[in-house]
Design a protein around this ligand. Structure first.
Ligand code: SF4
Length: 469
């Protein structure tokens, strides 16, 4: 952080901005050792967390610094998600809070990511205190836009979508740890009718596998043991002769990497080679997250999901024929026009597949989507809630039953650290990504190691046990 005299000798700040901004401001491009302090809050999915790592790298290279305290920051950034209603509402709450800080301290406020892209007009018009709006393809422009906002009080906008931007040359600024997330593709061409991603993140494009493998090797050298490959439609990855199955295997072959996962795939892109890779490669977790969304053909057709209930169940059968591969899913309840009978079809599929876990959402209309244009959001909220509760309750019982079936068995767990609730317990995840907690013993549990845990007890979300000798 520059002191005031250093700052004023290095910069010509406008009198207005000096008056409005009591915090020291340096132009990061001038290579000072300290710069404006940035606080970033990230909403939504793992892809957004990864994008925040990219943003940190881009800002750090230009001399910005970071703080974990919003009330100490010169710049407050929100990396947003447009998928769920509650992420919207949380952002609006936080913006109201920092609007006051802006009035008092003259901070710069930026909204980044999917909401910036999708709601740019509304945000610009209705919230004039936002200084910078940057969509997912405009991150490279962020340092310049922030510098302009800090020094000249200039409002900045970067919301053009790109057909080629993959940030392949940006090394993410990640926190230390054994988990590494890597985006292998960006955007989506599927246009599911409820989903805003194709509009906020643009067309599908995949990264050069050379860059991805280099990133994995670097992470392995830094002690990362588990890699999760990310993409809005991760298994549609294509680059010259490479498909997703080939990439997955090559990542899993890298020395030091013990476990590889991927998120989120689409059921339409599961060629036999991909299922083989999951079933057979010792370092690829035998776990597939397979979003169902609905179990009814009319609703699936309205959603634009490109499969029927039967297609989905056939795929599940092919996967399950390969042995014990854990399945988890996403479901949307109360999509436009969903009747009780159509909802019951979803429940039937859940009964048939017996997922390990299901992430259940009530449908909420997103601006600019196909569904928002074509279908009325006509299922009453109370019915959506009842249906969601029914699925959640059923899934809880199923998860409990599955977890209890492991009592008395030994599972392999990757050690992640002390349990959040007690420093006398350790925690990690098994291959199916279920949280496992075990009591500390004389045997060490080094972080990143795979250890055998004998399961003694289970809840719907957690397995409890002790180290097996
Ligand atoms: S596959 Fe469908 S739900 Fe997933 S990101 Fe693409 S459009 Fe959205």
């Amino acid at each position: 952080m520059l002191t005031e005299p250093e700052m004023s000798s290095a910069h010509l700040l406008t009198p207005a901005s000096l008056k409005k901004r009591p915090m020291a401001v340096s132009s990061p491009s001038l290579g000072h050792h300290s710069g404006p302090r940035v606080y970033i809050e990230t909403f939504g999915c793992q892809m957004n967390e990864y994008d925040t790592e990219l943003l940190r790298a881009l800002l750090k290279a230009r001399g910005f610094q970071f703080t974990s305290e919003g009330n100490e920051a010169d710049v407050v950034l929100f990396n947003t998600c447009a998928i769920r209603e509650n992420a919207h509402n949380r952002l609006y709450g936080h913006l109201a809070e920092f609007k006051r800080a802006k009035q008092e301290r003259g901070i710069v406020i930026g909204v980044l990511g999917c909401m910036a892209q999708n709601l740019k007009k509304d945000l610009l018009e209705e919230r004039p205190f936002i200084d910078v709006l940057v969509g997912p393809d405009g991150y490279r422009r962020l340092p310049d836009l922030l510098t302009d906002a800090l020094e000249y009080d200039k409002r900045g906008l970067a919301v053009d979508l790109s057909e080629s931007e993959t940030y392949d040359d940006v090394v993410p600024d990640r926190a230390e740890g054994i988990n590494g997330w890597i985006a292998v593709m960006r955007g989506c061409d599927n246009f599911c009718s409820f989903c805003v991603v194709p509009y906020t993140r643009g067309r599908e494009r995949s990264r050069d596998p050379k860059g991805i493998l280099e990133e994995v090797r670097r992470l392995a050298d830094q002690g990362v043991r588990q890699i999760t490959l990310l993409g809005q439609n991760v298994n549609s990855f294509r680059y010259e002769q490479w498909d997703f199955a080939k990439l997955l295997v090559r990542v899993a072959d890298i020395p030091g990497i013990q476990r590889v996962r991927f998120m989120s795939p689409h059921p339409k892109d599961f060629p036999p080679a991909l299922i083989e890779a999951v079933a057979e490669h010792p370092h690829i977790c035998r776990h597939i997250h397979l979003p169902l969304q609905s179990g009814n053909d009319r609703i699936l057709e309205r959603m634009g999901r490109c499969y029927t209930q039967l297609d989905y169940l056939k795929l599940v059968e092919v996967i399950q024929r390969k042995g014990a591969i854990t399945l988890t899913t996403d479901i949307i309840c109360g999509f436009c026009g969903e009747t009780e009978d159509e909802f019951q079809d979803t429940l039937k599929v859940m009964h048939a597949v017996e997922f390990q876990a299901a992430y259940v959402f009530k449908y909420s209309e997103r601006k600019h989507t196909i569904a928002a244009r074509k279908y009325p959001d006509d299922v009453p909220d109370q019915i959506k809630g009842q249906r969601a509760n029914q699925l959640v309750e059923w899934q809880k019982q199923m998860s409990l039953q599955k977890n209890r079936s492991l009592i008395g068995q030994t599972v392999e767990v990757m050690v992640e650290g002390h349990s959040k609730k007690s420093s006398s317990q350790w925690m990690g995840h098994n291959e199916a990504n279920v949280t496992v907690v075990w009591d500390q013993s004389d045997e060490p549990s080094p972080v990143g190691a795979l250890v055998p845990v004998l399961i003694d007890d289970a809840s719907p979300s957690t397995l409890f046990g002790h180290l097996s000798s």
